[in-house]
Design a protein around this ligand. Structure first.
Ligand code: DQA
Length: 143
């Protein structure tokens, strides 16, 4: 099965940005972690990061009929991008939302998620492990 992992704005800055929230591991470490986890689960994975809303939407649209599941950490777009939500609705691919931090223990504006409305599961506060759990959830749909 094929899974597309999408990371939104500023996720390329982990390891540098707010280490007390996001830790010291870098984006490259996250990519390696996800590749290893996908390998272990027998999943073919494409890992994409962009700081641009339109590029994320283009990537979701390209996945139409090509991908079996999407794991998305839309970063701050989570909290206000109706356009990303609509793109996910359009392609109708099972989606799991992931956040490194526990957004529910942070500012109130982070409690709102447009991605959650189109996701089969939301995983927060587990760091990198959240991505593996998301892939496990998607894999279970096809067993
Ligand atoms: C985040 C949480 C968002 O609120 C924030 O804007 C991010 C990262 C997370 O992974 O915890 O950029 O999605």
């Amino acid at each position: 099965m094929k899974v597309l992992i999408i990371n939104g704005p500023n996720l390329n800055m982990i390891g540098i940005r707010e280490p007390s929230i996001y830790g010291n591991n870098t984006y490259d470490d996250l990519v390696s972690y996800c590749k290893d986890a996908a390998n272990e689960l027998g999943i073919e994975v494409d890992i994409f990061q962009s700081n641009h809303e339109g590029a994320i939407i283009d990537k979701i649209q390209e996945a139409y009929k090509k991908v079996d599941g999407i794991v998305i950490n839309a970063g701050a777009y989570t909290h206000y991008s109706i356009a990303i939500m609509d793109a996910l609705k359009s392609v109708d691919i099972p989606t799991v939302e992931v956040h490194l931090s526990d957004v529910y223990k942070r500012e109130e504006f982070r409690h709102v998620s447009y991605i959650k409305l189109v996701s089969i599961q939301t995983i927060v506060g587990l760091g990198f492990e959240g991505y593996k759990k998301a892939m496990e959830t998607l894999k279970r749909l096809y067993i």
